[in-house]
Ligand binder design. Sequence first.
Ligand code: NDP
Length: 262
Amino acid sequence: MDLGYAGKVAVVTGGSSGIGLATVRLLLEEGASVAFCARNASRLNDVAAVLRRDFGDERVMTAAFSVLDAGAVAEFAAAVTARFGRCDLLVNNAGQGRVSTFAETSDADWRDEFELKLFSQIHPIRAFLPLLREARGAIVAVNSLLAYQPEPHMVCTSAARAGVQNLVKSLSVELAPQVRVNAILLGLVGSGQWSRRFAEREDRSVSREQWYADLAAKKGIPLGRLGDPADAAGAIAYLGSQAAGYVTGAQLEVSGGLSRHI
Ligand code: NDP
């Protein structure tokens, strides 16, 4: 299937690791030029150097900033306009989960979490909307199954993710017909977040493979494994492509079958 990315321009937030990086790489393989950001400049530069070697300098653009800095996001949009003159796809991926029960979550934590989840969508969408409208482009929000299936140890992040899903639905109506807006709902993907949790494991003798396999069994994932970043990237690339040209306001679950609802 031709996803139609040749000559197109994509923007990916949080592109220096995990799902974001897999998405950047896949979009480059499919022929798009890609602009991506993350906060840590050194990791971003390392990743960009490899991608420039593999795909050419002219198709790779980076900037180091937080998506919570509205001014920096606006500057990034201006730089993308100056460099590429268009944006066909915005992937709002930057972020991380928060592990906490209600009892463990302070008011400041609640504010931080809602700020991260909602403004990591709002700032990039506002900044790139003129370009997306002009290109009749698409937005893909990287969200979690927690939006519909909250976990007791992730109360705060689950509530914030439900808010993001609600926003995606509203935007799919308000931005139509020019811009399509969809989301992926992740289960457990073995990327940066889970690598960090593996590194903090109590039993140091357990290997990564065993720790991931035990986790998949404990969580009851029907497909029997954690997802790979590439699994998520494939779903993102599909939703952002011409192949999904009649799909908006939808959510695509990428969880190995973890949802308990139909
Ligand atoms: P990683 O930690 O591997 O990657 C996160 C990326 O986002 C990094 O490039 C990071 O770089 C960047 N980032 C984080 N915060 C910001 C910020 N404020 N501004 C700009 N960039 C930022 O995580 P994953 O690939 O696992 O996660 C990607 C997305 O998927 C996240 O939003 C996460 O919450 C979501 N998700 C992941 C799940 C999983 O199981 N992996 C499950 C459900 C949702 P830097 O730190 O340098 O800024």
